[in-house]
Design a protein around this ligand. Structure first.
Ligand code: GUN
Length: 286
């Protein structure tokens, strides 16, 4: 079994970016809006701010109460859309229940949508068009595989989970001809029949279902590559919160050819690709 070192690959991307950003003729700005008190979101927003600080990107973070109205958030987005110093705008998900997340992501200028969640950017990804933004986690997974020299062309990739953030855009990316991905992609989800029969045919199995330790060795073909996108907060026996993946690492690692750890696998790549999208936005905007 080989470990896919996301931390190392992400830090190479960040080192490379930091040199490019140092040469860029003006300050780059990223705005991060967070509504409510989701503990996971607090941690992600902290990591995003820290990465910005390391690279010399100005980060403007606003934490809003859970009862903030969607209209208030829409107004803030409108102001940021027209603020020249802001190159990227991100609204941390999930949003409180009284929000329609689609309405919020649609309000972001697609040219500043560094998450790649706006329908314009989702459409460009699906069509294989250049000039959009690819969502950070899917792009991070593709680069993890590429930089670990794991061949995906012609291979059967099974993605467990159909979210708009990971499963669906990842399928669109990995099936693409234009980027040389050329994978055969299947998505399975909570309603899929014969789920384990399908996952056992995967050369590359990607778990993005948000259920701790859902993927056990019974769902994995020996020799498969296993990528764990899950970051689930669970309490251990002493009541401490710890982060566990969607993959039962101890049962799966012995039969996998390659596997990502949690933490230190996909997570750092998401942050690195957000920084890359923000730099890319600044380059395009000039
Ligand atoms: N919540 C979980 N992942 C993400 C992400 O990549 N971007 C945003 N905005 N929210 C998230």
């Amino acid at each position: 079994m080989n470990l896919i070192d996301g931390k190392k690959i992400a830090s190479q991307i960040l080192d490379d970016l930091s040199k490019k950003i140092a040469r860029f003729p003006r300050k780059i700005g990223l705005a991060v809006l967070m509504v409510g008190d989701n503990p996971g979101s607090h941690a992600y927003v902290r990591m995003k701010k820290k990465a910005c600080a390391q690279l010399g990107i100005d980060s403007l973070t606003e934490q809003l109460d859970a009862d903030t109205s969607p209209e208030t958030v829409l107004q803030k987005i409108e102001v940021l859309n027209h603020t020249p110093a802001i190159d990227g705008i991100l609204v941390q998900l999930p949003l409180p229940d009284h929000y329609n997340p689609q309405q919020i992501t649609r309000a972001i200028d697609p040219n500043k949508d560094v998450d790649g969640f706006h329908p314009m950017n989702v459409g460009k990804l699906l069509l294989g068009e250049e000039g959009g933004f690819i969502p950070c986690t899917p792009h991070g997974i593709q680069l993890l595989l590429e930089k670990s020299q794991i061949e995906i062309a012609g291979k059967h990739v099974v993605i467990v989970g159909r979210s708009n953030i990971v499963g669906k855009p990842l399928a669109a990316l990995l099936v693409q001809k234009r980027r040389g991905c050329n994978a055969t992609v299947t998505i399975v989800h909570s309603q899929s029949e014969h789920l384990s029969d399908i996952t056992r045919t995967a050369d590359i199995l990607i778990a993005a279902i948000g259920q701790p330790h859902f993927i056990t060795n019974k769902l994995v073909k020996p020799g498969a590559v296993v990528v764990d996108v899950g970051i689930n907060r669970v309490q251990d026996e002493s009541g401490n919160v710890k982060l566990v993946g969607d993959v039962d690492f101890s049962s799966v690692a012995p039969i996998a050819s390659w596997i990502t750890p949690v933490p230190g696998g996909v997570g750092p790549m998401t942050i690195a690709l957000l920084m890359q999208n923000t730099y890319e936005s600044a380059l395009r905007r000039g």
